[in-house]
Ligand binder design. Structure first.
Ligand SMILES: *[C@@H]1O[C@H](CO)[C@@H](O)[C@H](O)[C@H]1NC(C)=O
Ligand SMILES: *[C@@H]1O[C@H](CO)[C@@H](O)[C@H](O)[C@H]1NC(C)=O
Ligand SMILES: *[C@@H]1O[C@H](CO)[C@@H](O)[C@H](O)[C@H]1NC(C)=O
Ligand SMILES: *[C@@H]1O[C@H](CO)[C@@H](O)[C@H](O)[C@H]1NC(C)=O
Ligand SMILES: *[C@@H]1O[C@H](CO)[C@@H](O)[C@H](O)[C@H]1NC(C)=O
Ligand SMILES: *[C@@H]1O[C@H](CO)[C@@H](O)[C@H](O)[C@H]1NC(C)=O
Ligand SMILES: *[C@@H]1O[C@H](CO)[C@@H](O)[C@H](O)[C@H]1NC(C)=O
Ligand SMILES: *[C@@H]1O[C@H](CO)[C@@H](O)[C@H](O)[C@H]1NC(C)=O
Ligand SMILES: *[C@@H]1O[C@H](CO)[C@@H](O)[C@H](O)[C@H]1NC(C)=O
Ligand SMILES: *[C@@H]1O[C@H](CO)[C@@H](O)[C@H](O)[C@H]1NC(C)=O
Ligand SMILES: *[C@@H]1O[C@H](CO)[C@@H](O)[C@H](O)[C@H]1NC(C)=O
Ligand SMILES: *[C@@H]1O[C@H](CO)[C@@H](O)[C@H](O)[C@H]1NC(C)=O
Ligand SMILES: [Cu+2]
Length: 814
């Protein structure tokens, strides 16, 4: 789903990012897998049209200001910084760069520039000891197309701001491969797409007969062609890919991934010369034909049985369709037109109980404070999360998102998306107030810089407090009842990566808990049902809910009272033992067994059966007054924590070693900041970062340690995933919670607690501890979203490169 390089930017030529068919303008590199020509449907607005103040669809609370204790050193490059870095890159003649807007697949061009996250070893002295601010550096990914063997490569550029001291140097230290060089076997995807359409056109009579449609690349096509991701390399330098036909919806609903047609063909697209490419065979109803001629011959016998077609209908739309009876029961949602209860801010802006430094994306709520950063590859991440003034987590964020499919057919079997390749930043569109977030949330923007265009997604991060709908604490007896409200603070963003929508929450609770939640919705990628009985349920006419695993890997760099930490394993286990008081008789009981992980060799972990072990990051050297080491526990909450079913993936080879286990513990190292790299997908056998290389036996005893954990689900879509998967069940979360960290439950410090004393004669006393109650009238008009205020991307072009005017040319791209 990426913009085609070489075409003018005025034509939104969209690529199908393997992930299929979201019709959104992709401001990114033409490095995606399958091409698709679609017009933009997403509302977009451009800098030239922006005027006045922007409020978004909601009330958009401006929270009280707090000055961040120090500046956000993790924040993405500003538009001006990005422009400078791009200008600097264009000055490096050895890179032989063509301006992105003019570049084709045979040119070298800038794919993306972003901030290079500063080394922790440089940050801590600055943050903790007020020593010099870490240097600010950028990183850039360059598309090297002007060669027979195209590749992508990353560099670091700095220090910023650009000056005579600034240099372009290798980023190889950030890899496990020893180089950021990554061979790109998909540089000519515009031509491979054209090749696919030509193959289809060459047997149009068969396609019409079997699929009742046309796939030619033209505007009036009924069918689309795309397939596996990543591409296969059965032998060195050879590229093979299976593709299939999908029906293009004619309505606004982009449910193309619900309409696979069950006819597949295999291509050899080795090398850069299309005249050397060939069709290796066809697959229809589980029969492989080793050439187009063989397939035609079979069709001409007139004896080919036909697959059921997956056709468009209201079933792919997500609109209100009720009341329905077709599902086997009468709908009883008889009052659903009435407004449901809404969340309201009790006292308007005066009532806001958190503070924000908007410029530094720094937030304080109750006993927590943190900084928000945003990355093209992984979206939102948090830094320096403090609780009661002490850092508990240095860094918390997504690392990679795997969606590994399986199937009897080669396209599903060959599909294993590594979504950082497409990026979560480019698809983190504006959140809809009143739906994604309460209308009273505070909204922040996010920005990324790809193809020499800076794109801002307004209102793509929201911050809000809300009642969790269940109590944090209660107790009653014959003399009193006591209760504490469970109010949590959430930071949210959502990314629509192709067909799928991922919602990310970081939530903070009054008891000191931090929770990471990911939820999935949007369209499933389905399969044709023929032959796929063992790989999913039959969910529509010719449709299988193609089974797949979602594995989302997160990094949690905990620092418990310093960076010298250990990973504790406390296990409850059955024992049989005698006691002085048991008269010599054995009793069957259980005990608590305490241990530590010694080193990285033991640090690939699974959640133990029956949740019998508790895993904690503790500081052995900082015990509480009862001698217990203070720590934070890691515990699956929603879902149960998971890892990939498929091990040794034929598709991903060495690029999914972060998905072999449920969680991992490693030594923190500047050279191992990320478990994956967005360019791995280009050549998964030779990843830039192979997570398994992090495990080299280093001690985990009072060291700076990092926990990497997986959330996700084994997704076997059923009829309830039509038209869209629902967040209620497609979710997983991890809690990071205090464990002997304080001497009692810290939520006692919230005044939102009540105690009512009573006896037979009624209530004797009411204790509200100084808490205010909401009072007055609520003007609900203020919580009705203004849907017409919804905006799309705001793109600011940094170039075209003009040596006379190289800087910050903020032109609209349309
Ligand atoms: C978000 O972007 C919009 C549009 O550029 C701008 O008007 C607004 O001030 C930005 N908001 C914040 C919080 O930076
Ligand atoms: C690029 O090179 C030109 C000419 O040498 C110089 O004037 C300019 O400052 C350079 N710009 C950057 C960002 O390095
Ligand atoms: C620079 O790139 C162009 C294509 O943009 C290519 O034709 C030319 O050969 C390249 N020059 C060098 C020295 O690689
Ligand atoms: C960050 O650490 C790496 C590995 O030690 C080092 O190569 C690199 O130069 C450091 N970056 C900066 C900006 O100091
Ligand atoms: C084939 O497509 C045409 C036009 O879209 C439609 O009218 C017809 O019903 C379709 N036939 C089948 C068998 O689906
Ligand atoms: C594959 O390509 C690389 C360069 O990318 C080349 O060095 C190598 O010799 C090629 N291998 C084979 C088997 O052709
Ligand atoms: C694909 O094409 C290349 C180059 O023509 C050839 O070397 C290779 O054997 C072919 N591979 C397959 C699987 O057909
Ligand atoms: C296809 O299969 C037929 C019969 O099995 C065989 O004779 C022929 O050589 C094969 N053709 C190719 C291109 O592999
Ligand atoms: C729906 O309700 C109608 C009227 O009460 C009844 O006749 C019908 O059997 C019901 N259908 C189902 C599927 O329960
Ligand atoms: C945790 O400790 C228990 C009991 O000693 C042991 O059985 C288990 O293997 C340990 N788990 C890990 C991951 O070390
Ligand atoms: C433990 O803490 C004490 C006091 O803070 C300190 O002096 C000592 O060096 C620490 N020991 C280790 C192993 O970290
Ligand atoms: C409620 O709020 C709306 C807009 O915020 C305002 O136009 C309206 O006058 C208010 N109504 C009352 C009764 O205050
Ligand atoms: Cu799924």
């Amino acid at each position: 789903m990426l913009l085609l390089k070489g075409l003018t930017a005025t034509v939104f030529t969209l690529f199908l990012a393997g992930k299929c068919d979201a019709k959104v303008p992709r401001v990114s590199h033409p490095s995606s897998k399958q091409a698709k020509y679609l017009a933009s449907k997403r509302p977009s607005s451009y800098s030239s049209q922006v005027s006045g103040s922007f409020t978004g669809t909601g009330w958009s609370a401006s929270a009280p200001h707090v000055s961040a204790p120090y500046e956000n050193i993790w924040e993405e490059l500003t538009n001006d910084e990005a422009a400078d870095v791009i200008a600097f890159l264009h000055n490096q003649t050895e890179l032989n760069l063509t301006a992105a807007s003019d570049a084709g697949s045979w040119d070298n061009s800038i794919m993306r520039v972003e901030v290079l996250t500063p080394n922790k070893t440089d940050v801590l002295p600055f943050v903790d000891s007020d020593q010099g601010k870490p240097e600010r550096w950028a990183r850039a990914a360059i598309w090297v197309g002007a060669t027979e063997e195209p590749y992508v490569i990353e560099y670091q550029i700095g220090p910023l701001p650009i000056s005579d001291n600034s240099v372009l140097t290798s980023l190889d230290w950030l890899t496990t491969k020893g180089t950021t060089y990554q061979r790109n076997y998909d540089a000519d995807e515009d031509l491979t797409t054209e090749f696919m359409y030509n193959v289809s056109a060459s047997i149009q009579d068969i396609i019409t007969d079997l699929l009742n449609g046309t796939a030619s690349g033209g505007d009036d096509d009924d069918l689309d062609i795309w397939g596996i991701d990543p591409l296969w390399h059965p032998s060195p330098n050879v590229t093979v890919q299976w593709v299939t036909f999908w029906r293009i919806p004619s309505s606004i609903f982009d449910g193309e991934t619900l309409m696979p047609q069950g006819l597949y063909f295999e291509l050899n697209t080795t090398g850069r010369d299309p005249t050397g490419w060939s069709v290796l065979g066809w697959l229809y109803r589980d029969v492989f034909y080793n050439s187009t001629e063989a397939f035609r011959a079979a069709w001409e016998t007139g004896e080919l049985k036909k697959n059921a077609l997956n056709l468009e209908g209201t079933w792919i739309g997500s609109d209100y369709q009720g009341p329905t009876t077709e599902v086997g029961a009468n709908s009883t949602m008889w009052a659903s037109e009435k407004p449901p209860p809404v969340m309201v801010p009790p006292s308007g802006e005066d009532g806001i109980r958190y503070k924000v430094d908007v410029e530094n994306k720094y937030v304080e709520w109750m006993d927590f404070s943190f900084y928000i950063a945003f990355r093209r590859d992984t979206g939102m991440r948090l830094f320096d999360i403090r609780y009661r003034g002490e850092r508990i987590i240095y860094e918390l964020g997504l690392e990679e998102a795997l969606a590994h499919y399986a199937g009897n057919d080669p396209v599903q079997s060959g599909t294993a998306y590594l979504d950082t390749f497409y990026g979560f930043g480019p698809y983190a569109f504006e959140l809809l107030a009143g739906y994604d977030c309460p209308t009273y949330a505070t909204f922040l923007n996010s920005t990324f810089h790809a193809e020499e265009v800076s794109t801002t997604h307004p209102n793509s991060i929201c911050l809000f407090e809300n009642d969790q709908g269940y109590l944090l604490q209660r107790h009653s007896d014959d003399a009193y009842v006591s209760s504490t409200k469970n109010i949590a603070f959430t930071v949210r963003s959502a990314s629509t990566v192709g067909n799928y929508d991922y919602n990310f929450d970081y939530s903070f609770y009054l008891d000191g808990t931090v929770e990471v939640t990911v939820r999935a919705s949007g369209y499933i990628q389905s399969a044709h049902y023929y032959g796929n009985e063992d790989y999913g349920y039959h969910i529509h006419d010719g449709l299988s809910g193609s089974m797949h695993d979602h594995v989302l890997t997160f990094k949690a760099d905990l620092d418990i009272l310093g960076t010298s930490n250990s990973f504790a394993n406390h296990t409850v286990a059955p024992v049989t033992t005698t006691y002085p008081w048991s008269h010599g008789m054995e009793r069957s009981t259980m005990k608590l067994f305490r241990g530590y992980l010694d080193n990285e060799d033991d640090a690939k972990l699974h959640w133990p059966q029956n949740a019998r072990s508790m895993f904690m990051v503790v500081n052995k050297n900082v015990t509480n007054e009862f001698g217990e080491p203070r720590g934070y526990r890691i515990m699956p909450s929603k879902g149960s924590g998971m890892f990939a079913t498929i091990q040794n993936s034929s598709n991903l080879i060495n690029s999914m070693n972060f998905a072999t286990h449920a969680l991992y513990v490693t030594r923190q190292k500047d050279t191992e900041p990320h478990a994956s790299n967005a360019n791995n997908d280009y050549d998964p056998a030779n990843p830039v970062v192979d997570f398994s290389a992090f495990f080299d036996g280093e001690s985990l005893d009072q060291e700076d340690i990092v926990v990497w954990f997986n959330l996700g689900m084994h997704h076997v879509p059923h009829t309830g995933d039509l038209p869209n998967t629902v967040f209620t069940t497609a979710q997983g979360s991890m809690q990071i919670l205090p464990h002997n960290y304080l001497l009692h439950d810290p939520s006692r410090d919230s005044r939102q607690t009540v105690r009512i004393d009573y006896n037979d004669s009624g209530v004797q006393a009411v204790h509200t501890f100084g808490a205010d109650f909401s009072k007055g009238l609520v003007n609900l008009t203020s919580v009705v979203p203004d849907f017409w205020a919804y905006r799309g991307d705001i793109d600011v072009r940094k170039f075209p490169y003009d040596p006379q005017h190289p800087y910050n040319d903020t032109e609209s791209i349309v």
